[in-house]
Design a protein. Sequence first.
Length: 53
Amino acid sequence: MDSSERTVSDASTLTGWHKSSYSGGSTPQGECLEVARGYADVPVRDSKDPHGP
């Protein structure tokens, strides 16, 4: 299995982001994960920081 990691300079330029229906969970910080569909790789980002670290 290839487990490479790539960084996108500004993930907000990608389209098709979907937030989990379970966003927020049981943590007070409201940790959320978003995934973008329609790409060869699977882009993932933190909802609180859509432009990336």
